[in-house]
Design a binder for this molecule. Structure first.
Ligand code: 3PG
Ligand code: MG
Length: 426
């Protein structure tokens, strides 16, 4: 059971329903992976079953340039491929209103949406799909323009559904909009939040595996995971920072900011002795571009003051180490948000990690994050195909979203989810 209000409780007959999806799967005009779109189809089917008329929306990419404050509109970040996919898959007809941006501030004229919604109401099309939400002035704004945009969007619909679990940031389309329409969670949103319960109230021991290219965005989730998990494995820059801080070695390419945060993290980690499981073998490489010169280093050989070149992967040998295998095989729940290597070049660590996790056949395995899941499918397609139909696996459609909820300390912690909860409290 969930506390979230579900749209199945609402009367949708003859109503236009504004639905925020996370269909952020387009790169350079092509769909990378349809998983996130497919995961929202149950919500769409139920909207039709209940007699509703959907107006869909999603963000794609990051067209807003924080430095200049301008919005870069490029065809490569259009929703058109998503619309085409839905039309073919569901044999339905969609329409994208032709909103034109007035300049670098993005779309301000929403009038082309009205004729599209009229076609929807007249049954001439089956769904409207708004242009990329981040092309509109106000979507990411911190001032009143977020409310202005949300209110204008709201004027085209009778109610709002948020099925965009992956879009955890509080923007006009995920947050402000709930002020202006009766608001509900979609089926995917509810399913994802329910599965977050398995991270917050896990079968123990809970083993978490987290990696990342930077410390800053990961500090909140890392501290929370340290408390929540029984064992924690680190990869990527997170592990490099940890090693540099703990063994006082210099690692090439590690930024002073990352090192400073790693030192803070180490202090926290020392309050939980034995929680961090150190991967015993790492890959050192002399260059980030030319990967011909690499070697395996042992963590037990590290000594204070030592200079190391780039550390670009966890060596697969780490995952055949018997003490590491013991940690994995005794876990009842394994949470993974991790690609271990410097991805373009080093993939063996990740491959060995996911294979070892797969061999833990009884454990509940929870994977979060676009990159993590994509990497799983690319590196181990056979195992991934099995995993998708295995109830002991769950794949979250958003990695940043899962980490944000973990950092907030609750499956209901994300701001857009909070907004839906507050709606029912009113
Ligand atoms: C994602 O793909 O990570 C989500 O759609 C969120 O995108 P964002 O990090 O640009 O907000
Ligand atoms: Mg992301």
């Amino acid at each position: 059971m969930t506390a979230l209000p579900c749209f199945l409780e609402a009367d949708l007959r003859g109503k236009t329903v504004l639905v925020r999806m996370d269909h952020n799967v387009v790169k350079n005009g092509k769909i990378k992976d349809t998983m996130r779109i497919d995961a929202t189809i149950p919500t769409l089917l139920h909207i039709y079953k209940k007699g509703g008329m959907p107006i869909l929306m999603t963000h794609i990419g990051r067209p807003f340039d924080k430095k200049t404050g301008t919005i870069n509109i490029s065809e490569g970040e259009s929703v058109a491929p998503v619309v085409k996919y839905l039309e073919e898959k569901l044999q339905l007809k969609g329409i994208i209103p032709e909103c034109i941006a007035s300049g670098p501030e993005g779309i301000t004229d929403l009038s082309p949406i009205l004729p599209a919604v009229q076609k929807l109401r007249a049954g001439e099309v089956d769904f409207v799909y708004l242009p990329n939400t981040r092309w509109f002035k106000g979507e990411e704004a911190k001032d009143e323009s977020a409310d202005i945009l949300a209110q204008s969007w709201a004027s085209f619909a009778d109610l709002y559904i948020n099925d965009a679990f992956g879009s955890w940031q509080a923007h006009a389309s995920t947050y402000n909009i709930t002020k202006f329409l009766p608001s509900y969670a979609g089926l995917l949103m509810i399913k994802e939040v329910q599965n977050l319960e398995k991270v917050f109230n896990p079968q123990r021991p809970l083993l978490s595996v987290v990696a990342g290219a930077k410390f800053d965005t990961k500090m909140g989730p890392l501290s929370a995971l340290l408390k929540l998990s029984d064992k924690l494995v680190l990869g990527g820059v997170l592990y490099n920072g940890y090693l540099a801080a703990k063994y006082k070695v210099n690692i090439k390419g590690l930024s002073p900011e990352d090192l400073q945060l790693a030192e803070q993290f180490l202090q926290e980690a020392e309050k939980f002795p034995d929680k961090i499981v150190e991967m015993p073998f790492i890959i050192e490489c002399d260059s980030m571009e030319d990967v011909s010169n690499w070697r395996i280093r042992k963590v037990t050989d590290l000594q204070a003051g030592m200079d190391l070149n780039y550390i670009l992967d966890i060596a697969p040998e780490s995952f055949s180490d018997s003490s590491i295998q013991e940690v994995f095989s005794s876990a009842a729940t394994i949470f993974v948000n991790a690609v271990m290597g410097y991805t373009v070049l080093f993939k063996e660590g990740t491959k060995a990690l996911y294979s070892l996790i797969h061999s833990c056949s009884q454990a509940q395995k929870l994977f979060g994050g676009g990159d993590t899941i994509q990497e799983f499918g690319d590196l181990l397609p056979g195992i991934f195909a099995q995993a998708k139909n295995d109830p002991r696996y769950y794949f979250f459609t958003g990695g940043g979203a899962v980490l944000d909820a973990i950092a907030q300390g609750s499956p209901y912690g994300m701001k857009p989810v909070q907004a839906l909860l507050q709606k029912i409290e009113k």
